[in-house]
Design a binder for this molecule. Structure first.
Ligand SMILES: Cc1cc2nc3c(=O)[nH]c(=O)nc-3n(C[C@H](O)[C@H](O)[C@H](O)COP(=O)(O)OP(=O)(O)OC[C@H]3O[C@@H](n4cnc5c(N)ncnc54)[C@H](O)[C@@H]3O)c2cc1C
Length: 247
């Protein structure tokens, strides 16, 4: 009962849970997995936009046999024609209900998802877009790269230590740069240094970042203090916290 208070609250708020079925699993690396879902009701009623994410309900054995946990994942490749969408999972070493579920998933499994869409509107006169984060933000970064007009210059800064990071899915743009950053010390410290060197304040600049909490703190400081961006020109979000389960 207590395990599922979030479901009760969402029911009260009339937030729909959509049924989905796993139809395919694709591994880019041993630690980054795409799961393709069929979800006709979802794809018929939701329009995708950059960084759209959903709440995935997965079993949470720690909360008993029927326990469920809710975790955020970014919607990838939504397709209303074949009624599918995908989620890209970082299969992290530390146990967690969503990561564990994704590691053990099989085709045909059914799970529910819920959405509370909140669109981020970037100013219409944006000329350059800085996108930063860790691999949990990669699906959202790719969705930005797919969506912004071709004349917008994009600069991606991604902190990721795995040596096979080049195998991750990456949307290419003519008018864009991509910098992998290897962690040194605090999460996000090296990322912030790389951004400070490569990105400069300029008219029409917008910046977006997500990932681990400490990483986001470092990056946000660069957005505000070095790039001089006010609230209307940047957005940051913690996606996870090192050493702490979500919820
Ligand atoms: C809006 C939003 C969008 C997101 N989109 C994505 C996405 O597209 N892909 C994706 O992979 N994640 C995404 N995340 C992050 C994901 O929800 C978290 O990583 C979540 O903690 C995973 O849940 P879990 O049940 O596996 O682990 P939890 O039970 O939350 O945590 C258990 C332990 O695992 C650790 N942990 C959690 N995530 C990681 C990680 N990535 N690396 C190392 N250790 C970790 C925690 O610190 C904790 O110690 C998103 C989060 C939000 C809020």
């Amino acid at each position: 009962m207590a395990a599922n208070w979030q479901r009760g609250l969402m029911r009260l708020m009339r937030i729909t849970n959509y049924p989905t079925e796993v139809v395919r699993v694709e591994d880019f690396t041993p630690w980054y997995r795409r799961i393709v879902f069929r979800g006709p009701e979802l794809t018929a009623s939701v329009e995708a936009f950059p960084a759209l994410w959903l709440r995935l309900w997965v079993p949470n054995p720690a909360k008993g046999q029927d326990g469920l946990a809710q975790r955020g994942y970014t919607v990838v490749a939504m397709n209303s024609v074949d009624e599918t969408f995908s989620l890209d999972f970082v299969l992290h070493d530390v146990a967690g209900p969503a990561g564990d579920w994704a590691k053990a998933v099989s085709v045909g499994e059914r799970v529910e998802v819920a959405l509370t869409p909140a669109k981020i509107d970037i100013p219409h006169d944006t000329k350059s877009l800085v996108l930063a984060g860790d691999s949990t933000a990669l699906p959202a970064i790719n969705s930005w790269l797919e969506s912004v007009p071709s004349e917008v210059r994009t600069m991606v800064f991604l902190e990721e230590d795995h040596t096979d990071r080049d195998k991750l899915p990456r949307v290419e743009r003519e008018n864009g740069s991509w910098e992998w950053v290897t962690r040194e010390g605090d999460r996000g410290a090296a990322l912030a240094r790389a951004m400070s060197v490569a990105a400069t304040h300029q008219p029409g600049l917008y910046a977006w970042a997500a990932g681990e909490k400490t990483l986001v703190k470092h990056v946000r400081l660069v957005f505000r203090e070095q790039l001089g961006l006010d609230r209307a020109h940047h957005f940051t979000q913690f996606y996870w916290i090192e050493g702490k389960a979500t919820g």
